[in-house]
Ligand binder design. Structure first.
Ligand code: SAM
Length: 433
């Protein structure tokens, strides 16, 4: 987004470049044909996405120069951790102290954290996760844009408002031109550097057509492209990778095969996992995770979910609450509780402290307007803004009353910038080296 900071290439080794951000060195993969040492670039998700002129870079950097270090100070202050609370439970302090030293926690210790209910205990857990986030990721926060290109879906996921169960829903499918126009706005007008293209499992687009769309975006509006079209098969993944897609957003939803079967009739967990594994082998960045609050889901299941996301090489963890939709079979099942979800984000940070980018989902923001702030202070470091044309957004009704549904992009960007500034976060999503 426009909040992104350009970096200067310091060194090139094969297809890897070392990028300087005000003295901090970060690493990215380069696939652009013509870059040389001294060029200014934008990078996202570990990939160089575009080059910009020195004069343009200098003018953006001069605005950032002051604030870059001020933000780091704010973040450092907000993420300080003190585990000297005499009133706190000794077991809790012991486990969190171990976590804060980046030591691996046992399964029992992790389950104990997942079971916490007391507000003071939760606050200490969240602070520990925030401390680890700062220690390994500094104040980086990545911000993606998402375009929901179609709400047609051939699957019958029991919780999902765009599954074929919902006969009340008006269906839409953006044309190639509409998608390119939305991508143009996101990249050229609003400055997004990475875009997620998402839809239900819509047989109305062939893999070839989707590949044409991705190629069209890559050629005209350089950005890191993530695809999220469900299970499109190995052939589909290959075509889209060749077209320039570099990330796959696909949750496995739950690691419990029995529960998976129950809420996804006719689908198979193994095939979804196979899809994720194949995508990783092909070089896709993997964004995955699950739904919290499914019927009968246990704390053990949730812990397994976090470990499964790690095993699948999640570049980004996407865990969000189940929210009931009135036109689905799960209409009467209650939504997940906000603290339960933030606990999962904190645990993901503790389990995968060095690698994880952890997303604050719109579903969580739908349950609480404070959730983005609370999650960013509990280990999360990633956001996704909705850049779908406003006219279509109400129809991408996976659950009701989605947060930001009727907010235009500028409003979302403005409130995101204000939030990130207040927390001392900066939109450089490459890891320091
Ligand atoms: N078709 C793609 C796929 O299969 O991954 C992407 C579209 S799907 C609608 C996107 C995500 O919406 C799912 O991974 C699911 O977790 C989430 N979702 C669907 N219904 C939901 C609900 N009622 N509450 C919260 N999240 C929901």
């Amino acid at each position: 987004m426009c909040y992104a900071i350009p970096g200067k290439i310091e060194k090139i080794e094969d297809n890897t470049v070392i990028v300087d951000y005000f003295g901090e060195k970060r690493k990215a993969l380069n696939e652009l044909a013509q870059v040389k040492v001294g060029d200014y670039i934008y990078a996202q998700g570990g990939f160089v996405v575009s080059k910009i002129s020195e004069s343009e870079a200098q003018s953006i950097l001069s605005v950032w120069k002051e604030t870059f270090f001020e933000l780091q100070e704010v973040d450092l202050r907000l993420s300080r951790l003190s585990l000297n609370d005499n009133d706190a439970d000794k077991k809790l302090l012991g486990v969190l102290d171990k976590a804060s030293q980046s030591k691996e926690l046992t399964r029992d210790e992790l389950l104990y954290l997942l079971e916490l209910k007391d507000n003071n205990a939760l606050e200490l857990l969240f602070k520990t996760a925030n401390f680890l986030r700062q220690k390994y990721h500094k104040n980086s926060c990545c911000v993606h844009g998402i375009i929901e290109i179609s709400n047609y879906c051939r699957q019958g996921c029991q919780y999902c408002g765009i599954s074929y169960h919902n006969k009340e829903l008006k269906r839409y499918r953006l044309t190639k031109d509409e998608i390119l126009e939305a991508a143009r706005d996101a990249v050229e007008v609003y400055g997004f550097k990475s875009l997620v293209l998402q839809s239900g499992e819509d047989p109305g687009y062939s893999a070839l057509e989707l590949a044409e769309i991705v190629k069209g975006i890559k050629e005209k509006f350089p950005a890191l492209i993530f695809i999220s079209f469900g299970e499109i098969g190995t052939g589909g993944l290959e075509k889209l990778y060749q077209a320039g897609a570099r990330g796959l957003l696909m949750r496995f939803e739950t690691s419990n095969p029995k529960l998976y079967q129950q809420v996804h009739p006719g689908m198979s967990l193994e095939s979804r996992l196979e899809h994720l594994r194949k995508a990783h082998e092909m070089g896709y960045l993997i964004l995955t995770g699950g739904l919290i609050g499914l019927p009968g889901q246990s704390k053990e299941d949730i812990l397994d979910d976090i470990f499964l996301a790690k095993e699948l090489h999640a570049e980004m963890y996407s865990f969000g609450p189940f929210i009931p939709h009135p036109h689905t079979p799960l209409l009467r099942h209650p939504p997940a509780r906000v603290e339960e979800v933030i606990k999962v984000l904190a645990l993901a940070r503790i389990i995968d402290h060095t690698n994880a980018k952890i997303l604050v989902t719109t579903a969580l923001e739908t349950l609480s307007r404070e959730a983005a702030r609370s999650s960013l202070l509990a280990g999360a470091n990633s956001l996704m803004l909705n850049v779908t044309p406003l006219a279509y957004r109400p129809f991408y009704s996976i659950y009701p009353n989605r947060a930001h549904q009727s907010e235009d992009i500028s409003t979302q960007i403005e409130s995101t910038i204000n939030l990130l500034r207040s927390l001392g976060r900066a939109p450089t999503d490459l890891e320091t080296i």
